[in-house]
Design a protein around this ligand. Structure first.
Ligand code: SF4
Length: 431
């Protein structure tokens, strides 16, 4: 988006002794890793002495935080996702958040996940109140008693007509377009602050591993081009005016890499054109998907050459889980350690040869796994790599949900110090 297009979104401010309003505020245009709160995209803000509420270009609430003393921390905030979850971004109260996640802020989720860090912000009064009753709080802000410029008054009217129920319905509509809720996003989606547009190019997965909590019953099946076109058109209308704030897509579901090469490229290119990413407010378009060991081993080399030429930076996350046969069998994952090692080698080759592609992988972690699991993983991430590399993150995914553990966190840091690849924790996050 250049200056001419930005002129279509004129900034406007209004202030009286009760409320201050900024329309079309220009936030950061590139996702970055900062130790202070950064807001991205074009949005509008309303602020009183008690609360800050921010709205996207569809007049839907996007961020909120209280300014009262009972708010947990002045630089922490709530963000509402397009799937209508609230996420509380905390500093973690803990110096190790960046080392553990690769991000300065820890996303605290409303639902149970495998995170080892963080507290229970949704049990505090202000976070619980804002996330469930923001529309009531908004309706109680008195904006009627004085003359207000027409543009501001119209904006106020629009934000007040959208209720929590409307947003829940809209999220359902999103899940219907893609066929189901995205129950897990790749860990790499953190590079876009999880602000992605999901497009389902295939359903299900190949393995149906016993340990996996996010799998569904669907056998692997690819979608047709027509179906992908229909999704893109419906998504375009659903994201509406806020589409300009997006430049990242997730090609779901659990094994996008196993879809035919032409279908992957078709979905990515069509989305780029239809969503007009060339004109997005956010810079650096990103493409994310998952892949399985078998999908990676059989993938045509041409796919990577062609992905590398797309106007996206592509992150493909491979679920390796373990390079140890005993552990794979305990997990009920029907692949051999030999194949996992081959897949790992191919990931390194791709990472070395394609500047616009990053292959990342996941390994599970749990205190009850055999010692041979960590040993086999370290053999890959230490012995197979000649020196420290900045590309090709390894994510460790705790097996247990809802069970933060200092011991497992300690084990993670111990492994991290030994890895020659960047290593982070994988927090399972849905859309
Ligand atoms: S880990 Fe991946 S392949 Fe295995 S069941 Fe879960 S989604 Fe399917």
């Amino acid at each position: 988006m250049d200056k001419t297009d930005l002129a279509n979104y004129p900034a406007l401010t209004y202030k009286d002794n009760q409320v201050s309003i900024q329309l079309n505020f220009q936030g950061a245009r590139e996702y970055s890793k900062m130790s202070f709160p950064v807001k991205y995209g074009l949005f509008s803000r309303m602020e009183t002495d008690k609360i800050v509420l921010e709205f996207n270009m569809n007049h839907e609430i996007k961020h909120a935080k209280a300014k009262t003393l009972d708010w947990l921390h002045p630089s922490e905030w709530l963000k509402r996702t397009v799937g209508n979850d609230w996420v509380y971004y905390s500093t973690g109260g803990y110096a190790g958040v960046y080392e553990a996640l690769g991000e300065y802020y820890l996303p605290n989720l409303m639902y149970q996940t495998n995170c080892l860090l963080g507290g229970r912000p949704f049990e505090t009064t202000q976070v619980a109140k804002i996330s469930s009753q923001w529309d009531k709080i908004l309706s109680e802000i008195d904006t009627n008693k004085r003359p207000i410029p027409t543009t501001i008054a119209q904006w106020l009217e629009k934000i007040k007509t959208i209720t929590t129920g409307d947003l829940a319905q809209k999220a359902e509509k999103l899940f219907n377009i893609t066929g189901a809720r995205t129950t897990v996003l790749p860990p790499d989606a953190r590079h876009s602050d999880y602000d992605i547009i999901p497009i389902t190019i295939q359903d299900g997965c190949l393995y149906k591993c016993r340990f996996c909590k996010i799998k569904n019953k669907k056998a692997f099946i690819e979608r047709s081009r027509q179906n992908i076109n229909d999704q893109i058109l419906a998504l375009k209308s659903l994201y509406g005016k806020d589409l300009i704030n997006y430049n990242a897509i997730f090609l779901g579901e659990h094994d996008g890499l196993n879809a035919p090469m032409d279908l992957i490229l078709y979905a990515a290119q069509t989305a780029f054109e239809q969503f007009k990413f060339i004109n997005a407010y956010m810079k650096k378009p990103m493409l994310y998907f998952f892949g399985s060991v078998d999908a990676l081993l059989k993938a045509d080399d041409r796919l990577f050459y062609r992905l590398n030429e797309l106007p996206f930076h592509t992150c493909i996350n491979i679920g390796l889980e373990s390079a140890d046969d005993t552990t794979l069998s305990l997990l009920g994952k029907p692949v051999s350690a030999r194949k996992v090692k081959k897949a790992f080698d191919r990931m390194q080759t791709i990472n070395q040869n394609f500047a616009q592609i990053e292959m990342t992988c996941n390994f599970v972690m749990d205190k009850d796994l055999p010692a041979s699991h960590n040993q086999a993983m370290l053999d890959l991430i230490r012995k197979k790599i000649p020196r420290t590399r900045p590309k090709g993150s390894v994510y460790l995914s705790p097996l247990q949900f809802g069970n933060p553990s200092r011991q497992i966190l300690f084990d993670f840091y111990h492994l991290k110090t030994q890895s020659l690849l960047p290593m982070f924790l994988y927090i399972i996050q849905r859309l």
